[in-house]
Design a protein around this ligand. Structure first.
Ligand SMILES: Cc1cc2nc3c(=O)[nH]c(=O)nc-3n(C[C@H](O)[C@H](O)[C@H](O)COP(=O)(O)O)c2cc1C
Length: 327
């Protein structure tokens, strides 16, 4: 599919998830399949304004991950402009504006999800990004703050803004992650009014829910977040279902689990080569591998016990010993 001038392998994208979709994680998802677009999770414009050098770590080797989007969160147009100036020389494809984060911190700072009720500032921030960035621009919204937004107003903001595409997480900011809060009607009605592509997101956990989302709303692409944690092949599963009507079962196999871990470890090593983290690269590697080992073990035999054991590991050696014993 195409998004503006960007040609993508498919219409299934990895959602930005802070502290989860790290560079090794994104590379791991891409290892198994084509993923249309991946994202660097939210970077705070206020932080970058004060400490521009910090971008170097956030965007280390980013050119190897294209096509890739970088997401910014903030409420101050000046900080956004400065951040864009610092970012422009990096080789990435899309600059995404976060207008959906529900965290207390974001709402207090009048950024992220708060922008769903501060449409004037939302417009200013979008204008700033469109004016000063040469990258494609996208906007990630929710279906409203407390209640669904006015479709006509939101469609107008998006259509008039000059951005290249929009992404919508199909629930309001205040509904947080409650299961029953997915609102595909608002997504469908917004899609009908938009003149640019819309990417749909929220609770896509298998090919069936992916198909339902597309059939119901007619969105142009899908973004998948939490299901990819522990199921790195979700994108292929969805793609195969759409193209061939085939369902690929998730293999509950400890051999596969160990293969995943080995590949993940190699990807972390490859990524860390050439950078030093203050907490030490060894510690970074341990934390990254442990988190993902826990998720990846969700489908193997005795997973509850395995996960409990993995979560107790205090260093990489212990972690590897536990993994070796799994059968
Ligand atoms: C731990 C966590 C961190 C997240 N971080 C971000 C973020 O940095 N930026 C963003 O736009 N959304 C963020 N999200 C929201 C996801 O991108 C996505 O919209 C949400 O998880 C719904 O999709 P899903 O049901 O496929 O997980 C985060 C979600 C989780 C669970």
């Amino acid at each position: 599919m195409r998004l503006g001038s960007l040609k993508l392998d498919n219409r299934y994208f990895l959602a930005p998830m802070l502290n989860i979709t790290t560079a090794p994680y994104r590379r791991f998802c891409r290892k198994y399949q084509k993923v249309g677009l991946v994202s660097v999770p939210m970077l705070y414009t206020k932080r970058i304004e004060k400490n521009p050098e910090s971008i170097e770590k956030d965007l280390f080797k980013i050119e190897e991950e294209r096509p890739i989007s970088v997401q910014l969160i903030g409420s101050d147009p000046k900080a956004l402009k400065k951040t864009i100036d610092y970012l422009e020389s990096y080789k990435f494809d899309v600059l995404d504006l976060n207008a959906g984060c529900p965290s207390k911190r974001a709402i207090k700072a009048k950024e992220g999800g708060y922008l769903m009720k501060d449409l004037e500032n939302l417009k200013v921030l979008i204008q700033t990004a469109v004016k000063y960035s040469a990258k494609l621009i996208s906007l990630k919204v929710r279906t409203g703050y407390e209640k669904p937004f006015n479709i006509k107003d939101m469609a107008k903001i998006i259509n008039d803004s000059g951005i290249d595409f929009a992404i919508i997480h199909a629930r309001t900011v205040k509904s947080n992650f409650h299961e029953d809060a997915l609102d595909l009607d608002t997504v469908k009605r917004l899609k009908e009014k938009l003149t640019i592509p819309l990417v749909g997101n929220g609770d896509i956990i298998n090919p069936i829910s992916a198909k339902h989302f597309i059939d119901y709303t007619n969105v142009d692409a899908l973004m998948i977040g939490r299901e990819s944690m522990g199921n790195p092949e979700i994108f292929t599963q969805i793609h195969e279902y759409f193209t061939k009507g085939k369902r690929i079962p998730f293999e509950k196999d400890f051999v596969l689990f160990k293969k995943y871990i080995k590949i993940y470890e190699d990807l972390i090593d490859e990524f860390l080569n050439g950078i030093s983290y203050p907490i030490s690269n060894e510690e970074m590697k341990f934390k990254e591998l442990k988190r993902n080992a826990i998720w990846l073990s969700k489908n193997i035999r005795n997973s509850t016990t395995v996960r409990r054991d993995l979560s107790k590991a205090k260093n990489i050696l212990k972690l590897k010993t536990i993994i070796e014993r799994i059968e």
